[in-house]
Design a protein around this ligand. Structure first.
Ligand SMILES: *[C@@H]1O[C@H](CO)[C@@H](O)[C@H](O)[C@H]1NC(C)=O
Ligand SMILES: *[C@@H]1O[C@H](CO)[C@@H](O)[C@H](O)[C@H]1NC(C)=O
Ligand SMILES: *[C@@H]1O[C@H](CO)[C@@H](O)[C@H](O)[C@H]1NC(C)=O
Ligand SMILES: *[C@@H]1O[C@H](CO)[C@@H](O)[C@H](O)[C@H]1NC(C)=O
Ligand SMILES: *[C@@H]1O[C@H](CO)[C@@H](O)[C@H](O)[C@H]1NC(C)=O
Ligand SMILES: *[C@@H]1O[C@H](CO)[C@@H](O)[C@H](O)[C@H]1NC(C)=O
Ligand SMILES: *[C@@H]1O[C@H](CO)[C@@H](O)[C@H](O)[C@H]1NC(C)=O
Length: 727
């Protein structure tokens, strides 16, 4: 179902990975689309670009069939982590957990399986992956759907996910484009950022998505610099279609279109769902026909929309006979839960492990505390679109979710382990401190599970309207941990969270010996946790964001009005580094049960200073993606158990570049090593990785001078330094 065919090799980011060739290429796809277009009436064309209306089809978005060219009723369906409303589908891990693994193979496989399940349900277009929000606001409600606030890691994850999904035969959708960083007022606000920040942060991962051949890009609800994102000539026609050479089509987020003519000339190609949510206002359909008849929109613009949509369908090979019929009840889970467990497990980040309290070895008596230790007593899918924080937390809430086919909570998995070990396991899942002392007293260790949740703004959970109101644990988590740690000196705190949480109160407690950042493990979260707690796998996740000492240390929060992005390039670790703020746990941090040494850095480079000169191909000027330098480092597992290390490469631009973040992630490589074994981490730097965006010449430029190249175990644990010099 998800087997590879036509394997070709391509360099992706720092790694050489298998890329499944598409059934065809864009040139062939465009020829087929052009030939089909010639057979269409204007009404056919309007039908292809206009959704059939809200709640008027089997999927969240649908367009009508055009039998004369064998074009089907197109099914567009949420979400980035599984087939929403599917009744026999896998609930994959959220994007942020995939990012937390830094494991290209697992991220790729997650994409392949997502695509396979969507196709199996007859879905043509799956609405993911997400690179917007990028995550500049730690409190932003939907950051967990994406891959964290570094554009390089996000770009690699986008490229791998899209290649996986589309290799399985489903069209991917890169969303939400662009500058959509908060839920508060997302339908009305205007965001703007300076041109350099736009290119180096927010547009960057979309460039990787386009390079991966993404079929569609979804424009977001907000305005960009005073113009709606779904009719924004600058972001759609100039940046996306011209500068990045995007061949696919732009679809609106649901009801994010505001005008008939403005959207058409502004670069929108497909409107979804085709009406507003009352089935009332329809901006294309008959309105677009009228606009063409009156000459306000040229028919050639409509032809371009249709060509892009049809070409994408051909590009993915969906014209081949036998595409599954639309059936959201199709049984498509296969063995995909293995990927969920692996991502849930390898995305867990061990933050603290005093005295080697972990891994646990057959404790006699174990206590487990917290409502998040068990499944919501009303059932794992009791809250529509996961819109509550009741029971164990495996994903945030909103349209970016899927039904759990089952949900293994920490208690379920620990019970099994305890039975095997002969451990007495006691549970208090009340979240109150009333009985905690008696539950945890005398236990060899006490595990307390706390949460922080967020989601999409159409649902408010415990007073949080999408974005989080604070970065504190929910349900008085600090007080719960305090009570546990007062009564048990071997307290292990497990955090299930959508993003950063301020941990200072918890870390100040002498009874807290370990902090396990479990993130969002979806349906397998309990099993993944036990894998780590008992050491069947050494933890290998690294933080895909910074955990600060105080919420005020972050450079931005969701704002009530418009957002001019005053922090510019300085988001997440770029800000902490620039402003010399000590984080509690820095970007890229994560402990292991073993230890790794770094040695023997080598650098080969033929990078030269100057602007990009290549022709535009999907993703941007072609030479930006040429490998211009290779860095290698020897990593040795110097501890006593097997483990995996994510080696990270950060680049510091030379002084001749305009003022820039002190260092920026530009490569990573995850190596699995037996105790005592060594391996070579390889980082291939592309020309773009050594460039900055020059606002005057409107081009990427490799500056002249000496680049700092630092390789290490996190953004602040830089073990080896070298330089690359350009003349
Ligand atoms: C925003 O729009 C104004 C007015 O059109 C323009 O002068 C300015 O350059 C734009 N800013 C950005 C960041 O695009
Ligand atoms: C937000 O920006 C829009 C578009 O530029 C403008 O019309 C509106 O007045 C601004 N709102 C605020 C609160 O500044
Ligand atoms: C899911 O599909 C499997 C395999 O066909 C079947 O055994 C199972 O009953 C289905 N589950 C549901 C909830 O429909
Ligand atoms: C505390 O324990 C008592 C006695 O077992 C029980 O009746 C009560 O419901 C418990 N309270 C909570 C909040 O769990
Ligand atoms: C925890 O350790 C401290 C310091 O050794 C000790 O004073 C305290 O009594 C211990 N608490 C418990 C519950 O054992
Ligand atoms: C430039 O160096 C890179 C990295 O060592 C290498 O892969 C590439 O082939 C070189 N290109 C040329 C034109 O020599
Ligand atoms: C490498 O450089 C960074 C500064 O960029 C510094 O913090 C670190 O200590 C250096 N590492 C070594 C091993 O010199």
């Amino acid at each position: 179902m998800h087997l590879t065919t036509n394997i070709a090799l391509a360099t992706i980011g720092t790694l050489t990975a298998k890329v499944q060739a598409q059934t065809t290429d864009w040139t062939t796809a465009y020829s087929k689309a052009t030939a089909s277009l010639a057979q269409l009436s204007l009404q056919d064309k309007i039908n292809i670009v206009t959704g059939v209306g809200w709640n008027d089809g089997p999927c969240v978005g649908n367009t009508a069939a055009v039998p004369s060219i064998d074009y089907p009723e197109l099914c567009l369906q949420d979400s980035p982590l599984g087939v929403r409303y599917g009744t026999n589908v896998t609930a994959f891990t959220p994007g942020i957990q995939a990012a937390s693994t830094w494991d290209i193979a697992l991220i790729r496989q997650r994409g392949e399986y997502l695509g396979a399940e969507a196709k199996g349900c007859g879905v043509h277009v799956l609405l993911g992956p997400v690179a917007g929000p990028l995550g500049k606001n730690a409190q932003g409600g939907r950051g967990w759907e994406a891959f964290g606030p570094d554009p390089y890691l996000t770009g690699v994850a986008m490229e791998q996910t899209i290649a996986g999904m589309q290799g399985s035969g489903v069209q991917a959708t890169a969303k939400h484009y662009i500058l959509n960083e908060q839920e508060l007022n997302r339908d009305t606000m205007s965001s703007r950022t300076d041109d350099r920040t736009m290119h180096e942060l927010y547009l960057w991962p979309f460039a990787d998505a386009v390079r991966a051949g993404v079929a569609s890009v979804m424009c977001s609800y907000n305005q960009v610099n005073g113009t709606w994102a779904c009719e924004n000539d600058e972001t759609l026609n100039q940046l996306l279609k011209t500068e990045l050479g995007f061949k696919g089509y732009v679809m609106s987020d649901w009801d994010a279109q505001h005008t008939t003519v403005g959207a058409a000339v502004g670069g929108l190609d497909m409107t979804m769902p085709g009406s507003d949510f009352n089935g009332g206002t329809i901006l294309w359909g008959p309105q677009l026909l009228t606009a063409v008849d009156s000459g306000q929109v040229s028919e050639s613009r409509v032809d371009d929309m249709v060509t892009r949509i049809l070409a994408s369908w051909y590009y993915i090979g969906q014209d081949a006979p036998g595409y599954p019929v639309i059936n959201l009840a199709a049984a498509v889970q296969d063995d995909h839960k293995d990927n969920v467990r692996a991502v849930a497990r390898d995305g867990i980040v061990l933050l603290q492990n005093t005295g080697g309290i972990l891994p646990l070895i057959a404790p006699k008596k174990l206590a487990l505390v917290g409502s998040a230790a068990v499944v919501n007593p009303a059932g794992p899918n009791a809250c529509t679109d996961r819109g509550c924080d009741t029971g164990t937390l495996g994903m945030g809430w909103g349209s970016g979710t899927a039904n759990y086919p089952y949900l293994v909570a920490p208690y379920d998995a620990l019970k099994t382990q305890a039975a095997a070990d002969g451990t007495t396991l006691s549970l208090d899942s009340s979240d109150t401190t009333t009985n905690v002392t008696s539950t945890v007293s005398g236990a060899d260790a006490a595990i307390v599970v706390i949460t922080a949740d967020s989601g999409e703004g159409y649902i408010t959970v415990e007073g949080n309207a999408g974005d989080r109101n604070s970065l504190d644990p929910w349900h008085s988590g600090n007080a719960l941990v305090q009570a546990v740690a007062a009564a048990n000196n071997n307290t292990i705190v497990v955090v299930q969270s959508v993003g950063p949480v301020i941990l200072e109160t918890i870390l100040a407690l002498p009874g807290v010996k370990a902090v396990v950042w479990a993130g969002l493990g979806s349906q397998e979260s309990g099993n993944a946790l036990v894998d780590i707690l008992y050491g069947s796998t050494s933890p290998s996740g690294k933080l895909p964001y910074t955990i600060a000492k105080a919420a005020s240390d972050y450079p931005s929060t969701p704002v009530p009005g418009n957002d001019s992005y005053p922090e510019g390039l300085y988001i997440d670790y770029r800000h902490f580094d620039e402003s010399n703020i000590s984080p509690r746990y820095e970007y890229g941090f994560g402990l292991s049960y073993t230890s790794f040494t770094y040695s023997d850095i080598t650098v080969t480079s033929n990078a030269t200073s100057g602007p990009a000169t290549g022709t535009i191909a999907p993703g941007g000027r072609e030479d930006l993606f040429d490998t211009v330098a290779t860095v290698t480092v020897t990593i040795t597992n110097s501890g006593s158990v097997a483990g995996a290390e994510v080696a990270q490469l950060y680049v510091s631009l030379p002084n001749s570049a305009p003022a820039s973040p002190p260092r920026q992630l530009r490569g990573f490589d995850k190596l699995s090593l037996a105790a005592g074994a060594s391996g070579t981490a390889i980082f291939n730097l592309r020309q773009k990785d050594l460039s900055y965006w020059d606002v005057v010449s409107q081009n990427w430029i490799v500056p002249k001078g000496s680049f700092g190249i630092s390789v290490g175990a996190s953004s602040r644990d830089l073990r080896l330094n070298e330089t690359i010099t350009t003349s």
